[in-house]
Design a protein around this ligand. Structure first.
Ligand SMILES: NC(=O)c1ccc[n+]([C@@H]2O[C@H](COP(=O)([O-])OP(=O)(O)OC[C@H]3O[C@@H](n4cnc5c(N)ncnc54)[C@H](O)[C@@H]3O)[C@@H](O)[C@H]2O)c1
Length: 252
């Protein structure tokens, strides 16, 4: 039995990176997946890859999470094509690494728009659809920076990810009555090409690895497996949880 049999999921920011890993794993576990992203070309490629083996065909949706009209269109596309939604993953996020004293207001606004307004609008527009399906699972991709004042991260990112942690909890409390579970995931640094670039500097590498008790970076599958668990029936009593996927970083 596949773990997301008969489920329909939408994952934002899933053309690449963590979102793509989640979309692929969900499809492998039987879900029909909507890959929703700004980037159409790579998004379509991700869908093609998924559909080589998927039982239920994945679809690409152009979505700008900062734009309410774009969310309204996404809801129509999902309802028209699948008739329902069970799982919403608010994964799209950006990080403009400007320290607070050098931060340009336009960078701050852009980060708030993608990282906070995006999930807020997604939840606003998909709650009625999840309710109609008899409930569901909302998963917000926060960060260790949504739990602690992380010394290697600039302030604005922490502000946006902290907001997402409490957006998760307020929705969890309010919509539990509709059998909608809302949880957040908090990864430490994930092993991406960007990080490998940073790791060319041995001091940066030592800093980043030194803060993780398990002594390694997160993989995209570490995060995708957590997102699978939270979406599945195995997590049916988990609501309002902030789940670190960080090798113990925030326990230190
Ligand atoms: N990579 C890490 O180390 C790490 C650690 C903790 C948390 N996170 C969080 O995980 C999430 C995914 O990170 P990633 O490393 O895979 O990032 P990524 O940059 O590889 O992918 C992000 C995706 O989001 C999409 N996106 C950006 N703005 C969008 C918008 N307005 N509307 C729709 N889509 C948009 C991009 O096109 C891209 O496909 C983010 O929320 C990030 O903050 C990442």
């Amino acid at each position: 039995m596949m773990r997301l049999e008969n489920k329909v999921a939408l994952v934002t920011g899933s053309a690449q990176g963590l979102g793509a890993a989640i979309a692929k794993l969900y499809a492998k576990e039987g879900a029909k997946v909507f890959v929703a992203d700004l980037k159409a070309e790579i998004g379509e490629k991700t869908v093609e890859e998924i559909n080589k083996t998927a039982k239920n065909k994945a679809e690409f949706i152009v979505l700008d999470v900062t734009d309410e009209g774009s969310w309204i269109n996404a809801v129509s596309s999902v309802v028209k094509s699948a008739g329902k939604l069970d799982i919403l993953v608010n994964n799209a996020g950006i990080n403009i690494r400007e320290p607070i004293e050098e931060m340009q207001v336009k960078s701050l606004d852009a980060m708030l728009a993608v990282n906070v307004k995006g999930p807020f609008l997604g939840i606003k527009h998909f709650i009625p659809i999840l309710r109609k399906a008899g409930g569901g699972s909302i998963i917000n991709m926060s960060s260790v920076c949504g739990l602690i004042g992380h010394k290697y991260t600039t302030e604005a990112y922490t502000v946006t990810k902290g907001a997402l942690t409490l957006l998760t909890k307020t929705i969890a409390v309010r919509y539990a009555k509709d059998n909608i579970r809302t949880n957040s995931i908090h990864p430490s640094t994930v092993n991406t090409p960007l990080v490998q670039e940073l790791f060319k500097n041995p001091d940066r590498k030592a800093e980043r690895l030194g803060e993780v008790p398990l002594g390694r970076l997160a993989t995209d599958m570490d995060v995708a497996n957590a997102a699978l668990f939270l979406a599945s029936e195995e997590a049916s009593f988990l609501n309002g949880v902030a789940l670190p996927v960080d090798g113990g970083t925030t326990a230190d």
